[in-house]
Design a protein around this ligand. Structure first.
Ligand code: MG
Length: 187
């Protein structure tokens, strides 16, 4: 099993739809970004890549790449799922929190969880989506943007948690409880 953490933050601006977890939330402003700026889905993708040691969302889907201009982040999630599965892992469960002063997100959390679960091929019970208020503090508290955090648990389909990333020497050292690169002494 491997755990990953993702965090993302986007500014709120006029003239954009507000998309969170693939769900469009009625609100006069939306998040600024190259894609649809779905901060929740981005945090989830980064957690998946982190858990699988596949790098970052920015490395896979670079800002400014015309292929991703205005694209639904659910399509990026589909690609992230494919990459994680190709690396030998399966998503077990997700937990996420959106940090937003406004709008009130409670009515949309269930649809977000169902949307993300469907995209990941999971039961909805395996995807948690919560929202919390920054209590008026800082830029988020002034509703200048929305942030999200996500954690993801991956299961190795081979039972080997280092999977394809196991370097022979590093794996050998890790099994003996020594940091990789530490010279072996005795048996
Ligand atoms: Mg982002």
């Amino acid at each position: 099993m491997r755990v990953g953490l993702g965090y993302d933050l986007h500014p709120l601006i006029e003239g954009r739809p507000l998309v969170l977890g693939g769900v469009t939330v009625p609100y006069p402003r939306g998040l600024r970004g190259h894609s649809d700026a779905d901060v929740l889905t981005h945090a989830l993708i980064d957690a998946m890549f982190g858990a699988a040691a596949l790098g970052t969302i920015g490395a896979h889907f670079p800002e400014g790449d015309p292929r991703f201009a205005g694209v639904s982040s659910l399509l990026l999630l589909d690609e992230a799922r494919r990459l994680v599965e190709d690396a030998g892992y399966r998503v077990v469960n997700v937990d996420a929190v959106i940090i937003a002063q406004e709008p009130r997100l409670q009515p949309y959390l269930g649809p977000m969880a169902r949307t993300l679960a469907a995209r990941l091929g999971l039961e909805v019970a395996c995807v948690g989506v919560k929202a919390t208020s920054p209590e008026g503090l800082g830029a988020l508290g002034r509703a200048e943007g929305i942030a999200a955090q996500a954690v993801v648990l991956l299961e190795s389909r081979s039972g080997d948690d280092l999977g394809p990333f196991r370097a022979p020497e590093a794996g050998h050292a890790a099994r003996r409880g020594r940091p990789p690169g530490t010279p072996e002494v005795g048996t």
